[in-house]
Write a protein that binds this ligand. Structure first.
Ligand code: M6R
Length: 612
């Protein structure tokens, strides 16, 4: 199961192995932990794969033939299954007649695998990709053309995939299939290419076709034919891409941060993929067994920065849904604070990179004290992911901008899934798991709606461009999101912020209010709005401006605020609050952009803080 891999394919007169390797290099910004290539030589498919950086595969390049004219290649950014040679792509079918590469998650692979094993198939890897290879191989062995074998297989696969397949006998043909994972085709002169992303096509052609869902494309040097899953040919019109290469890496966005903010609906989908079933139950593998959850008497969330803010949401979920006492610690404080740890407690480490030095040191302290540990980590194979007793991979894909955006959303979603999982295994009747799951399934669409607020946020950014101080306030769960909104603004727009629960204002911070300050109020929790109105008035009476970040039905803060951003409503207050981070991320981005700042690499900061 891979969600953010690099895919490359070439058929035409050039040296195919050189072209696909060059394509992979152009996709390096997507992240990778292993890579592989397949091409034809002496009537057989040759596959080479290596764990590690792309250069490891590159070392073999001299050994590959120069006169091979069809090749596919893949760089993997693992989300399931360790980044090893064996798990790297391409994968063969059982007869080594076809080889495939894949990006996405095949949700029904376990049931398909069972059926294949029952029919005598054996597997080399743990991947869902190999299952797809075997299904295609079985069809191909029946004597149907490769494209028909892929179509028949695609009709049986559930989930998201971009599949690319070559066969031993059809020497000049690459077949690819797409459902909800990126796949683009480049149309050249007597050559055709494919890739997971446009930058990998641009040195060869600017004529690009974005393959639609449930479509198969057949690439030969002379043509690209597109069909539906039943073989009916589908007309298409390629687009002319005029981006320069740097812009293309960002899919046309000016910065990775903006791209990553816009990826959040998809990230939520990826994070949920394979973890919810049709009956609205949660399926989380590899967390502790039922009896362990029965024993746990306290949960300590330990993290830094944005991940710490996700931990606050974790505390809220564990306490309000599960009634399990929870605390949140900054990793740097936890280590030196001589914490009192119950032997029955669980320490949950949240980290995008999985390499943050303070979090790693805190984890090692817990292990010394024999405390159970669970990681919520984005980078599989990272130190924290490896050293925790159990790990949930957040499946957000590589995050490149220093300011964390999509990783936060994926962390919070993972925490919601974890809380629901515990409620389920502990049979807690008070937690309506099925109802929450049905709302979670709506969330990607609602995040898309939240992104539609961008023009309003840009207007607000223009009004606030000269402000010297921003308050970020909220009550309850909104107060936690306020902290994250403030961190984004400081980090990339270099503006001073004052963040606290709204009720704390009159205990000190109110003294900072003067004309020209902006106060952003998280007001998604309907039960707490009346109280927020009084806080808004306190700000306005001293010349400040109040902005309400709220939900569509709110007519309370709506009337009191100077500016309102309205999000779609979802039943759970913590999910509404999570959506409210999107306009706050956009505000930070647009303020920094108006100031002409660096954005993806803010001054003095690093993406992964590996020193204490
Ligand atoms: O990789 P981690 O999640 O462990 O990193 C923790 C913080 O360094 C990180 O969240 C930092 O605060 C971000 N730059 C915030 O945008």
């Amino acid at each position: 199961m891979e969600t953010m891999c690099g895919i490359a394919g070439y058929v035409g007169p050039r040296s195919a192995v050189q072209v696909v390797y060059d394509q992979l290099k152009r996709l390096e910004y997507r992240g990778y932990d292993s890579a592989g290539i397949a091409f034809l030589e002496s009537g057989a498919i040759k596959v080479f794969k290596r764990a590690g950086k792309l250069g490891e595969l590159g070392k073999l390049l001299g050994e590959f033939p120069d006169d091979t004219h069809m090749a596919i290649a893949h760089s993997r950014w693992a989300t399931h299954g360790a980044p090893t040679d064996v798990n790297a792509h391409p994968h063969f079918d059982q007869f080594e007649q076809v080889a495939i590469i894949h990006n996405g998650i095949i949700e029904n692979y376990l049931e398909l695998k069972e059926e294949l094993v029952h029919n005598g198939h054996t597997f080399q890897s743990e991947t869902d990709t190999e299952v797809a290879a075997h299904i295609i191989g079985e069809e191909y062995a029946r004597g149907v053309p490769l494209e028909e074998a892929v179509r028949r297989a695609a009709r049986r696969l559930r989930g998201a995939y971009a599949l690319v397949v070559v066969s031993r006998t059809e020497r000049n043909k690459i077949v690819c299939a797409r459902n909800a994972s990126p796949l683009v085709i480049g149309l050249g002169e007597e050559e055709n290419l494919l890739a997971s992303d446009i930058p990998a096509l641009l040195p060869y052609t600017r004529q690009v076709l974005v393959l639609e869902d449930d479509r198969i494309a057949i690439l030969t040097p002379d043509e690209v034919v597109v069909t539906d899953l039943h073989g009916i040919e589908q007309p298409y019109v390629p687009m002319q891409v005029d981006w320069d290469i740097a812009a293309a890496e960002k899919s046309g966005y000016d910065h990775f941060m903006l791209k990553e903010i816009h990826e959040q609906p998809e990230v939520i989908r990826q994070c949920l993929a394979g973890r919810l079933d049709d009956a609205n139950n949660v399926r989380l593998d590899n967390v502790f067994s039922e009896h362990v959850w029965g024993e746990i008497d306290r949960v300590n969330f330990i993290a830094c920065g944005t991940s710490y803010h996700a931990g606050l949401m974790g505390k809220y979920l564990f306490e309000t849904l599960l009634r399990i006492p929870a605390d949140v610690f900054y990793s740097s404080e936890f280590r030196y604070g001589d914490p009192v740890l119950s032997p029955k407690s669980l320490a949950i480490f949240i980290s995008q990179s999985g390499e943050t030095a303070d979090s790693l040191a805190a984890l090692r302290l817990c292990k010394q004290r024999r405390i159970r540990t669970l990681g919520i980590v984005n980078v599989i194979g990272s130190s924290i992911a490896r050293e925790c007793d159990r790990v949930i991979i957040t499946q957000a894909g590589p995050e490149i901008s220093v300011a964390s955006t999509k990783a936060y959303t994926a962390q919070v979603i993972s925490l919601v899934l974890l809380a629901l999982h515990v409620a389920q295994v502990q049979e807690m009747p008070g937690v309506r798991v099925e109802e929450v799951v049905s709302q979670l399934k709506r969330l990607p669409g609602l995040a898309e709606k939240a992104l539609e607020l961008e023009p309003q946020v840009q207007e607000l950014a223009k009004k606030a461009a000269e402000a010297k101080l921003f308050f970020f306030l909220g009550r309850g769960v909104d107060a936690y999101v306020a902290l994250e909104g403030a961190l984004k603004l400081k980090e990339i727009a270099y503006v001073a912020t004052q963040e606290s629960p709204a009720g704390e204002m009159k205990h000190g911070p109110l003294a900072l209010v003067e004309p020209g300050v902006f106060a952003l109020f998280g007001a998604t929790d309907a039960a707490l709005r009346d109280k927020l109105v009084s806080n808004m008035k306190e700000i306005q009476a001293r010349g400040g401006l109040a902005v309400s970040v709220t939900t569509e039905e709110d007519q309370i803060t709506d009337k009191a605020a100077d500016f309102t951003l309205k999000l779609p409503r979802v039943n759970q207050n913590y999910l509404c609050a999570l959506l409210s981070i999107i306009p706050l991320q956009l505000l930070a981005y647009h303020l920094a952009s108006l100031k002409g700042l660096e954005i993806d690499q803010p001054r003095n900061l690093a993406k992964s803080v590996t020193v204490e």
